[in-house]
Design a protein around this ligand. Structure first.
Ligand SMILES: [Zn+2]
Ligand SMILES: [Zn+2]
Length: 213
């Protein structure tokens, strides 16, 4: 599997283009906006978009979903249905985040813990990781030890939990019990900022580093 990170929106959200090198079928994870930039990347890589994947319902991750999926004629997959209230409130989110008008949508498939999503011949495992939002999911590609973690975990930080239905203790549990057991060598693409590994965060992240002594 190959990937390319495409920073989008004023929040520099990490939209990711993922594709299977055998079939050149691709998924876009979290098309927050700037869909012309995303479409240009698809064109440059010579891949065929077959689906849009969403980690959670926040506008900076989903704002470009409707036009991108409609133009490409592809399904919208994820997040977990507990984030439906965020997606149903795109207009209010737009006002809250200071975005322009965004097009509403309804995902074609909600995801749950243990689901898998196929991108060509590659398989992504779905991990349910609530806390930042109640319906946040993470996509894990076991073969390349790569996780798309959205706003669950960042290099040196974790997701905000001061939004409606956010919960700090739940987020910490999702990271420690849901993500870290996948292994220290797992690299992750966060929703914002640089990549890191679970091992590095277990050593140095002030919010979720392992307790010592
Ligand atoms: Zn978010
Ligand atoms: Zn975000």
């Amino acid at each position: 599997m190959k990937y390319r990170i495409i920073p989008v929106t004023p929040f520099q959200q990490n939209c990711t283009l993922l594709w299977c090198e055998q079939t050149m079928e691709a998924a876009v994870v979290d098309p927050g906006g700037d869909i012309e930039r995303i479409k240009a990347a698809i064109e440059e890589e010579g891949v065929k978009l077959t689906q849009v994947l969403l980690t959670h319902g926040h506008l900076d991750h989903v704002g470009g979903t409707a036009p991108l999926a409609r133009e490409a004629g592809v399904p919208i997959i994820g997040p977990h249905k507990e984030d439906a209230f965020w997606i149903d409130a795109l207009d209010q989110q737009s006002a809250m985040f200071g975005f322009g008008k965004v097009e509403a949508f309804t995902p074609d498939r909600w995801l749950e813990q243990g689901d898998t999503v196929s991108v060509g011949q590659e398989q992504l495992e779905v991990l349910f990781c609530p806390g930042h939002t109640p319906g946040h999911v993470v996509f894990f590609h076991r073969a390349s030890q790569l996780a798309q973690v959205g706003d669950v975990l960042f290099q040196g930080s974790i997701g905000r939990t001061d939004f409606p239905r956010g919960d700090h203790a739940t987020l910490i549990k999702s990271i420690r019990e849901g993500l870290f057991p996948l292994g220290d060598d797992v690299s992750f693409i966060p929703g914002h900022g640089p990549m890191s590994t679970f091992g590095e965060e277990r050593r140095t992240n002030p919010f979720v580093a392992d307790h010592r002594g």
